[in-house]
Design a binder for this molecule. Structure first.
Ligand SMILES: [Zn+2]
Length: 292
């Protein structure tokens, strides 16, 4: 019974006793609510106070289907080397992280996306309209395997130069950095989602030395044609279920048309690399140390 053993009969008012609420820090205030045309205006200073609280948080979301909370927490505890600690919580779309140290928060934000089990956890600061943030994601991190890299280019600058053909270089895996496995270089780049990914291109090293670099993309996340969020296709979109019949048909037709155009471009070899494959465990030449 709330309040512990007592000789008095239980009363619900005990739940609202001032000392109990104060000690828990759970007190709430009552506001005067003003309504205009049936809509309640939220005071600006309330929103500003809220932003001070939430600005401390970073958010994370998977571009594809998410992993379970305990697994994500376990991986992040291994990957994020930090001075302090972090608290993690989640709702159905996002993970939320709060750090005991400002330096840790900054380091995690600078470090950016975290790859685990072949999927990508995008990390960013919390904003008031997180959904808009997810929709307006124009660049995403992807891993690229670069084949045929001449050894003279196998230094940080050279790999960054070659990766720049795909997007903005982000990092390289350890075997690439340490030149332990030289069959291909694996780098992570920020790729602009609407741009075509190159299959290959030639680099000119000297008059008699032109080399061909080819690119392989182990994993490119799908994006929904309806809500523009990564992680599901239009067939599985919860948003489309709320549209009326006519809107739904129009969206599906548009998506169908896009798919047909995409197929046509793919046949012509213009859309993404012909060597594009969906990540499916470790491929040839990979081992567990190179798994993304
Ligand atoms: Zn959707």
């Amino acid at each position: 019974m709330p309040g512990g053993p007592t000789s008095q009969p239980f009363s619900w008012s005990l739940l609202f006793s001032n000392s109990r609420v104060a000690s828990l820090g759970t007190r709430l205030e009552q506001f005067d609510i003003s309504e205009v045309d049936g809509i309640i205006d939220v005071p600006l200073d309330l929103i500003m106070r809220s932003e001070i609280v939430w600005r401390e948080y970073l958010i994370g979301f998977f571009l594809e289907r998410r992993f379970s909370f305990p697994y994500v927490k376990f991986v992040l505890q291994q990957k994020w080397k930090m001075r302090g600690s972090f608290e993690m919580s989640a709702d159905q779309d996002l993970f939320y992280f709060k750090f005991s140290s400002k330096e840790d928060r900054k380091a995690v934000l600078d470090e950016g996306p975290v790859f685990m089990g072949g999927r990508c956890l995008v990390i960013g600061p919390w904003t008031q309209n997180v959904e808009l943030q997810m929709k307006s994601l124009n660049t995403i991190p992807i891993w690229v395997k670069m084949h045929g890299v001449p050894k003279v280019m196998w230094i940080d600058e050279g790999l960054g130069f070659i990766a720049s053909k795909v997007g903005k270089p982000h990092c390289q895996d350890r075997p690439t950095k340490e030149r332990r496995q030289l069959d291909y270089a694996r780098v992570c780049v920020e790729y602009k989602v609407n741009e075509t990914l190159p299959d290959s291109f030639d680099i000119w090293l000297s008059p008699n030395d032109v080399r061909r670099i080819s690119y392989e993309y182990p994993w490119i996340p799908k994006r929904c044609e309806c809500c523009h969020i990564f992680g599901h296709t239009i067939e599985k979109c919860s948003r489309i279920a709320h549209q009326n019949q006519g809107q739904r048909a129009a969206i599906m037709n548009r998506a169908d048309g896009n798919e047909r155009n995409k197929n046509r471009r793919t046949v012509m070899g213009l859309e993404r690399g012909n060597n594009t494959v969906i990540y499916d465990g470790n491929g040839p030449g990979e081992d567990m140390t190179r798994r993304i």
